[in-house]
Write a protein that binds this ligand. Structure first.
Ligand SMILES: [Zn+2]
Ligand SMILES: [Zn+2]
Length: 388
């Protein structure tokens, strides 16, 4: 089965919705316009229930099948938020908001799930219930977590959840997925190393926090190379360092550095945090400094369930002819992790073709992905809950 014919008919409409969303990007939880459009369309499609305000600006739509002898309830999730990036694509529907841009394709994700919701509302060709989930604040705000905390899974008795992200560099409409940990846990840290400032020519009268911080930054890489199991991917990146001295000849009193730790397993996440704190404190002490550590937990690793991943890959193969079932792990984070912690499910990548990478000011979602993406959503529902 290739893509569904109905999506060839709806392709133009869905593209127009996508481009309108692209023109009006909204960041984090401030997706008021987008959420309003989503809710209005879901009502117009004839969804059985549309609820706004789940996870602040999240929207949930319920679509009941022709029958419900299975008692199954499947959640399909899209993200709606944009990024604080200034768009330079020069498109005629480029962002009208300076400094905000749909640079991760969430405009496409929202439009495709809306398209699927329209089709599923029209056809109802399944035995059970679909919950379409539109979340805000995927890009760092934890909108998915907040929807879960609002009790979404229990309120609608959701039993499985599915998610999809476009992926630049993969052929348009092709799919990739893998079971187990797929996206990383994304913790962050900020460390303030305090010493004693002084004249650059009289280091013996100072306690140099910059030399100390440099040793710490170097030592941190030993967590990845010496403590972590080589089979278990891990990244520690120190991405910024700031000295309290702006002069050529003044040893600073303090130095701050910050960065991120990416891990794929709970074991490495705990080990990394523990080793990080021990190395920072002990190294600072060894050099006569003090270190203040701010550990900022981020999203957990996103882990695909085995059975649902295999099913999602079978559906992708039916839609596009092939599916890479061993797509490479990404050390990026994904807020869908919280939904997968609450319910079994799977998250799949769909090729965006030869485009600029996500989070790049040149990026654009490829509208040619729409028929394959929508078909995957619809087919997930019709195959998982077939009518008798
Ligand atoms: Zn992103
Ligand atoms: Zn994204």
């Amino acid at each position: 089965m290739p893509v569904k014919n109905r999506f060839a008919e709806l392709h133009q409409d869905i593209t127009a919705w996508r481009r309108d969303l692209h023109e009006h990007p909204e960041i984090l939880f401030d997706t008021h316009r987008t959420s309003g459009i989503v809710a209005e369309k879901l009502r117009a499609f004839g969804c059985d229930e549309v609820v706004e305000g789940i996870g602040r600006t999240g929207v949930v739509g319920i679509i009941k099948g022709k029958s419900d002898s299975s008692g199954k309830v499947i959640g399909l999730r899209a993200d709606m938020d944009a990024l604080p990036i200034h768009e330079v694509t020069g498109l005629d529907y480029a962002s009208k908001t300076p400094g905000a841009m749909h640079a991760c394709g969430h405009d496409g994700h929202t439009a495709m799930l809306l398209g699927a919701a329209q089709y599923l509302s029209e056809t109802r060709n399944f035995d059970g219930t679909v919950v379409v989930i539109f979340q805000p604040a995927e890009e760092g705000g934890g909108g998915g977590r907040e929807m879960c905390e609002d009790g979404m899974m229990a309120r609608w008795n959701i039993q499985e959840v599915y998610g999809m992200h476009n992926w630049p560099g993969m052929p348009v409409g092709s799919f990739g997925i893998r079971p187990g940990a797929f996206f990383a846990a994304t913790d962050q840290f900020e460390v303030n190393v305090k010493g004693k400032g002084g004249h650059g020519a009289k280091p013996h009268q100072a306690i140099d926090p910059l030399v100390t911080a440099s040793h710490i930054v170097t030592a941190l890489q030993s967590i990845v190379s010496r403590n972590s199991d080589p089979d278990d991917q891990m990244v520690i990146s120190v991405t910024g360092i700031e000295s309290s001295s702006k002069a050529f000849n003044v040893i600073p009193a303090s130095v701050m550095f910050r960065g991120t730790m990416r891990t794929m397993s709970k074991t490495n996440r705990a080990l990394g945090e523990e080793r990080f704190k021990a190395l920072v404190s002990a190294t600072a002490t060894a050099f006569g400094c003090e270190a203040e550590i701010k550990w900022l937990p981020g999203y957990p690793a996103m882990v695909n369930s085995e059975a649902q991943t295999e099913f999602a890959a079978d559906v992708a193969e039916a839609v596009s002819g092939a599916c890479d079932r061993e797509a490479p792990i990404t050390m990026g984070g994904e807020d869908f992790a919280y939904m997968l912690e609450e319910r079994p499910g799977a998250y799949i990548l769909v090729g965006n073709g030869d485009s600029a990478d996500v989070h790049n000011p040149e990026y654009n979602f490829n509208d040619e992905v729409i028929p394959a993406g929508c078909s995957w959503w619809a087919e997930i529902v019709e195959r998982r809950m077939p009518v008798a």
